[in-house]
Design a protein around this ligand. Structure first.
Ligand SMILES: [Ca+2]
Ligand SMILES: [Ca+2]
Length: 596
């Protein structure tokens, strides 16, 4: 059952060509270029063409037709389809017995003008070279390789038709390139209900970092059990982490529920936000970040599965040294960190961890609106991803009903101890969409670092989603991002030395571009003490900065961090105090009453 209601969509996927066919680097030569399979000798024209082709083939092979990217189509090796300008009954022309140096033979007629032919050499490279040669034949109206079509990966999960955010980011085409491979993604959140059927086989051991027993709601402090003890009421944890984790890696193709974006990735569930409306504090969150990255945390056993990606779908005003330092330490370990921009429709430059340098910050798009009305914006936004809008209705019916244009994911219902699915909206939902896509990107190219991943996401983003207030590079395109990094040559960057002015990590030889303390951004390097920095520099928040560094940490105010969003039916802004939380609780009850 899904509640929080209404409408739904999804266009059926059509078969598409399988991308990523590799062009053979060499053409095999079997020494039969003149010997012919055809009983009839070649015509005079053909003889001339043979000579021309043989001359041409004596040098470099014909120009390769297919692009050399992941979008390269797959073709049947050594097969061509030739369409003649004149019907068979009227023409004397035949396919030359040798094309581009390859012996040919006819297979069958497809219609009066079109025939399928085979090359003796059955390679994709030969197909493309022969196509290039025949395109120059004035008698030929059209020639193509025999393209291979495969069904696109389309999960059979029951509620997949409600997962409009997948096609919106071209997720099915991305799955045609990769469906993920064991990338470890830590979800630092309210914990998880790991017994959900769509989490079976998807989780690695996690940890509960909530020190305060009251906020933990589990009658104990820190321990190895990351189970969320909240309910799906917004006054509780709203089972926020369960929802977020499902977006990333819910089990797929199991005829059940939903499909996570990277269902072959693994979730490391880490609990740092409590049952009291998802409240968490920096002291717990910072330890959770370090543990996720495989760093030591006092009195906590080492994480046996350090994550390559961390998702943090929460935030609040007030930067802090402990949070910034923990993030810097995780970045230094090579972890890619994704954060939600926040849901207050304000500039995110003072929302943390969204504004911490080095993280990938995600704003939300609605179902129909480009920037969701609640989504934070501003210079710190890197990219946008679907977070949905509960005010908008999905266009296509599902199970005879209409559904809200939010993001559907895994949910637990404490009132009847059941596992189901629920539609939420928020940047909390947009960030895990990006985290899942990064999981796919790392699956096809494990050598990517955060700078390369972000550069690829930005380069391939749909710029029509950019906005005047700041929506980063626009909406991510999962398929294009995977294609961008799938050719083995991820962005190399500009290699600027320490101290150079920069605008992104990729600019720097160190791959670290950070605020220089009131004078823009510079290329810098990681440090743990001043002695590791160049003369005249100091070590601040894990990186070297000129001079003595900022006198205070950015927005150094306390440490309470409040997670974003829930089942918001009426509010334009996320809660910021007791009254909004109370309002949310009432809204949540309203949602429950509408449960179907
Ligand atoms: Ca506990
Ligand atoms: Ca499923």
């Amino acid at each position: 059952m899904i509640y929080c209601d209404e409408l739904q969509t999804h266009a059926a996927a059509e078969p598409d060509r399988k991308p990523n066919a590799k062009r053979a680097s060499e053409r095999l030569d079997f020494g039969m270029r003149i010997a012919c399979f055809r009983p009839k000798g070649p015509t005079l024209t053909t003889r001339i063409l043979i000579i021309i082709l043989l001359i041409a083939s004596s040098g470099a092979p014909a120009t390769a037709a297919p692009p050399s990217s992941a979008a390269t189509p797959e073709v049947a090796p050594g097969q061509l389809i030739v369409t003649w300008k004149v019907p068979k009954t009227l023409r004397v022309a035949t396919v030359p017995t040798v094309v581009a140096g390859y012996v040919t033979r006819p297979l069958r007629d497809l219609d009066s003008r079109t025939e399928l032919i085979a090359l003796h050499e059955k390679t994709q490279a030969a197909s493309w070279e022969a196509v290039a040669a025949l395109r120059a034949d004035p008698r030929v109206a059209d020639v193509q390789p025999n393209y291979v079509r495969r069904p696109m990966v389309r999960p059979n999960d029951t509620h997949f038709p409600l997962q409009w955010h997948i096609p919106r980011i071209h997720g099915e085409q991305a799955w045609d390139i990769s469906q993920g491979s064991q990338i470890k993604i830590a979800v630092i959140d309210t914990g998880i209900r790991g017994s959900h059927p769509d989490f079976q086989g998807q989780l690695l051991p996690g940890y509960d970092f909530i020190s305060n027993i009251t906020h933990a709601g589990d009658n104990d402090g820190r321990d190895a059990n990351p189970t969320d003890n909240g309910t799906n009421s917004s006054a509780s944890s709203a089972l926020h982490g369960t929802h977020v984790a499902g977006i990333i890696a819910a089990r797929s193709i199991n005829n059940k529920g939903i499909a996570g974006i990277c269902w072959n990735c693994k979730i490391v569930p880490i609990r740092a936000l409590g049952v009291d409306a998802g409240r968490g504090v920096d002291s717990d969150i910072a330890d959770a970040i370090r543990w996720a990255a495989g760093l030591n945390v006092q009195h906590v056993p080492p994480n046996p599965n350090p994550a390559q990606i961390i998702n943090m779908s929460f935030g609040g005003a007030g930067g802090s040294k402990v949070l910034t330092d923990a993030i810097a330490a995780a970045l230094r370990e090579g972890v890619i960190i994704v954060t939600a921009a926040g849901n207050k429709n304000i500039d995110a430059s003072n929302i943390y961890p969204a504004a911490v340098p080095g993280v990938i910050t995600v704003g939300a798009t609605g179902y129909k609106t480009k920037r969701a009305p609640y989504s934070n914006y501003g210079q710190v936004i890197d990219v946008m991803a679907p977070g949905g809008n509960l005010y908008e209705k999905q266009d296509v019916q599902h199970q005879g009903k209409t559904w809200q244009g939010g993001i559907i994911s895994t949910m637990y219902y404490a009132q009847d101890n059941s596992y189901d699915y629920h539609i939420y909206e928020g940047t909390s939902q947009a960030a895990p969409v990006v985290a899942g896509v990064i999981g796919l990107m790392l699956s096809v190219n494990s050598g990517l670092d955060s700078a390369a991943v972000l550069a690829a996401l930005k380069k391939t983003a749909d710029g029509s989603y950019q906005c005047a207030k700041g929506c980063g590079a626009g909406m991510i395109n999962a398929a294009a991002a995977l294609a961008e990094v799938n050719n083995g040559t991820p962005p190399t960057g500009n290699g600027l030395p320490y101290g150079s002015t920069c605008s992104q990590d990729l600019d720097c030889a160190s791959r670290i571009c950070r605020p220089a303390g009131g004078s823009g951004y510079i290329c810098t390097r990681y440090c743990s003490s001043k002695t590791e920095c160049p003369s005249g520099s100091s070590c601040h928040a894990g990186v070297c900065v000129p001079g003595s560094g900022p006198s205070t940490n950015p927005g150094s105010s306390g440490g309470t961090v409040i997670q974003g969003v829930g089942c918001r039916v009426g509010a334009e802004e996320a809660p910021s105090g007791p009254l909004p939380w109370l309002a949310l609780a009432l809204l949540a009850l309203a949602c429950r009453r509408r449960r179907r």
